[in-house]
Design a protein around this ligand. Structure first.
Ligand SMILES: [Mn+2]
Length: 444
């Protein structure tokens, strides 16, 4: 899979006569001498499947694909008995070509020294700059050194480009092996959400559910959570990125859980909202059904050939009509939409690309600014919500302290779409049954 990704990218690079540099990233300090668990940068994972820090992939489209004239060179850490005893095993230079299928492998300590020579006779360099000033400075210095060789007849790369328009366009279209991974991630996410619905009881705590979700993700083979879990009871659901996850679960409140398993570094992104204690109140039902109808209307618009903005517009229309029907906003639907009267209660947009990054790479608009068109292989989240904070004086007190979001991961197919996370209870009846422990996930 990763070799195929590399070959596709090399074709793009050959057409541009561009070299590409892709960093794995380094350990990040958590506190004093403790690091966060290492997670490689997504571009690097996409092209190598390798997950050691301090590695760099260099792609040279003019090479012949041999060790002497490589098209792909991986720079990585050398084996070191003492370091491996303390900090963990390393693949090492000698084993890298066979294990990863790259043409050549070299010690990372030699990367900057070799770089100017290797960049010769390319018109451009593609590299994701802007996140590491030290790295950027070394890269610019290396490009400058190539330019100094010009009097020897060497062509130096003049352009330094971000991978946004090349590599990230490739990442947007998921192929079959990637979708297999995403389906496995979705199956584990399904199990976690169902377990959470069953486990959440009045008098419990958000942290217990948070831990149960993490446990399920890791125990079922995931790399962990694709992003920080949001386990938000009652009014906490109105804080969109609430991650404290440490408050008591109260009877009669809703629990909003936004959590997705990461599998082989591919993300799932799912939200469900369900009643603590197992039964929706009538007011909660009324709001929940509006969000659900909006989500289904949105999913319907995720189709090959339809514009990207369509699902947001369709979901928003349903949310807006629902708010009117409940007397929360006034109008005439078209007038309420035109004046965006729904915005205080819907707050966010309805979705985003999904893949190795939870907010995945890939442009949302065409060059002229118009929304791009859905095509098979794209995966997008559809996640409308309604939020009425406890201290919102503009709404009837009956709605306050309620936040509801429903989110699934939708794959565009040649004939329509496929909901990768369809197995997670979603209708009012399904959710109440799952809270009562009646739902058993079927693992892929
Ligand atoms: Mn999302």
């Amino acid at each position: 899979m990763h070799q195929a990704h590399r070959n596709n990218f090399l074709e793009v690079l050959a057409a541009r006569n561009a070299a590409a540099i892709v960093f794995s990233g380094d350990h990040k300090v958590r506190n004093h001498d403790c690091d966060y668990r290492f997670r490689p940068e997504s571009d690097f994972v996409y092209l190598t499947g390798f997950d050691e820090p301090d590695s760099v992939l260099l792609l040279l489209p003019n090479g012949e694909g041999t060790a002497e004239s490589p098209r792909s060179i991986l720079f990585l850490r050398e084996r070191d008995l003492a370091m491996e005893t303390w900090h963990g095993r390393r693949l090492g230079v000698a084993r890298a070509t066979e294990a990863l299928g790259v043409d050549a492998a070299k010690p990372i300590s030699e990367f900057w020294e070799h770089l100017p020579r290797l960049l010769q006779n390319h018109e451009a360099v593609i590299c994701a700059t802007g996140t590491d000033a030290d790295r950027d400075e070394k890269l610019l210095a290396a490009m400058h050194r190539v330019r100094l060789m010009a009097r020897n007849g060497v062509m130096a790369p003049m352009a330094l480009e971000h991978p946004r328009e090349s590599l990230h366009e490739l990442r947007l279209y998921k192929n079959r092996p990637e979708l297999d991974v995403m389906r496995r991630a979705a199956a584990v996410t399904t199990e976690a959400h169902i377990a959470a619905m069953k486990a959440a009881q009045p008098g419990g705590n958000e942290c217990e559910i948070d831990a149960l979700i993490d446990y399920t993700f890791r125990a079922r083979g995931g790399t962990g959570a694709a992003y920080n879990n949001i386990v938000a009871g009652g009014d906490n659901a109105c804080i969109l990125h609430y991650v404290e996850n440490n408050q008591e679960l109260k009877d009669g409140q809703l629990l909003l859980i936004d959590a997705g398993c990461e599998m082989d570094y591919y993300a799932t992104d799912v939200t469900r909202t369900f009643p603590i204690g197992g039964a929706f109140t009538e007011d909660q039902k009324a709001l929940y059904q509006i969000v659900l109808d909006a989500q289904l209307a949105g999913i319907d618009e995720v189709q090959d050939g339809k514009p990207y903005n369509g699902f947001h517009d369709a979901a928003t229309r349903v949310l807006c009509q629902g708010l009117i029907d409940l007397g929360i906003i006034e109008g005439d639907l078209d007038e309420a939409l035109a004046e965006k009267r729904y915005v205080p209660y819907t707050i966010h947009k309805t979705g985003h690309w999904l893949g190795l990054d939870v907010h995945d790479m890939g442009a949302y608009t065409n060059e002229d600014g118009t929304p791009r068109t859905f095509e098979p292989g794209m995966v997008v989240t559809v996640e409308p919500g309604l939020y009425f904070a406890e201290d919102n004086q503009d709404v009837d007190p009956r709605w306050r302290g309620i936040g509801i979001r429903i989110e699934d991961d939708i794959l565009v197919t040649p004939t329509g779409n496929e909901n990768l996370t369809a197995g997670i209870p979603k209708t009012i009846e399904e959710v109440e049954a799952a809270c009562a422990g009646a739902s058993t996930p079927v693992l892929a």
